[in-house]
Design a protein around this ligand. Sequence first.
Ligand SMILES: NC(=O)c1ccc[n+]([C@@H]2O[C@H](COP(=O)([O-])OP(=O)(O)OC[C@H]3O[C@@H](n4cnc5c(N)ncnc54)[C@H](O)[C@@H]3O)[C@@H](O)[C@H]2O)c1
Length: 324
Amino acid sequence: MSNRSPKSVLVTGCAGFIGSNFVSQFKKEFPKAEVVGIDDLSTGKLGAVHPAAKFYQGSILDENLLERIFKKHKPQYVFHFAALPRVSYSVEHPRETTEVNIVGTVALLEKSKKYGVKRFVYSSSSSAYGGAKKLPTKESENAPDPKSPYAVQKYAGEPFCKIFSELYGLDTVSLRYFNVFGPGQYGDAPYSTVVSAWLEKLYFPDGKMPFIEGDGKQSRDFCYVDNVVQANILAMKSNKNFRGEFFNVGNGERTTVNEVKRLIEKYAGRKLALEKMPPRLGDVKHTHADISKAKKWLGYSPKINFEEGLKRTVEWYEGRGVDR
Ligand SMILES: NC(=O)c1ccc[n+]([C@@H]2O[C@H](COP(=O)([O-])OP(=O)(O)OC[C@H]3O[C@@H](n4cnc5c(N)ncnc54)[C@H](O)[C@@H]3O)[C@@H](O)[C@H]2O)c1
């Protein structure tokens, strides 16, 4: 495993939830590395861009901008977080989201190939599975079965990564994230989990009551954002050769929605009143990642468990302004 600091890395979606957390931790671990970021601020926030990052405001679909960035900075590693990640938005706008989520990814792969990037790390999604089949869900036992344009688009990035490895020898790896939460995730975020949706209402009430669907016994593999950041850094450091390999990145445990409520009340020190709603149609009852492949190949092991992650997220909400 090489621990040498890379000279320069490119982070797409650096103003978003996971991308901004990635940059701040990456900078701590590799203070000398140049971090170049690109984000069009469609869902990201300018204030979330790390002050030490060389920031380009623009779209990954802008061919000239990508050319300029790659030519100037010659990033050794690309961490691709940028996406339009709202499932419902993708249902309403399948073409636009396909452009960003698929064509944008291919555009970055092309530049990575042209400029000899050492490794391309792709943010994929557990939505590729299309719902819980075998639990815990193993990569090898569950064929992709995406159920929305967004899920198809995120999944499509994976075979594109593999093809770029096979055809052009570009080293690529895909990480399938499960329900990420943590500081920097706003309650109205495209992917907001019950954690951020409920905390938003608790700390910044807008007159609408937060709700719980069904009996609350449904459970999710909630993964604290630092673990996802860690998986990206481990993927970069690995001295294996990747040819489009894909890995589950989750917590490896699941937590019921009722338990989320109990722990929020414990750490926030106040009651969370929830309106009862019927179970969501077509919702999967449980998600649970089998993370043994990422453990074996990348040495991935979640450092922050759900309860600790929740405590930190509550602290972030306590100190946060009303900014949305
Ligand atoms: N949060 C989760 O639970 C989760 C789960 C699975 C996969 N993912 C994936 O992780 C990645 C990051 O997700 P997130 O939760 O941080 O979402 P986010 O919306 O907070 O971040 C995405 C960022 O990409 C930027 N962006 C969108 N279109 C762009 C474009 N055309 N050009 C440049 N920048 C653009 C947005 O402005 C935003 O800052 C995404 O690829 C998402 O699909 C997230």
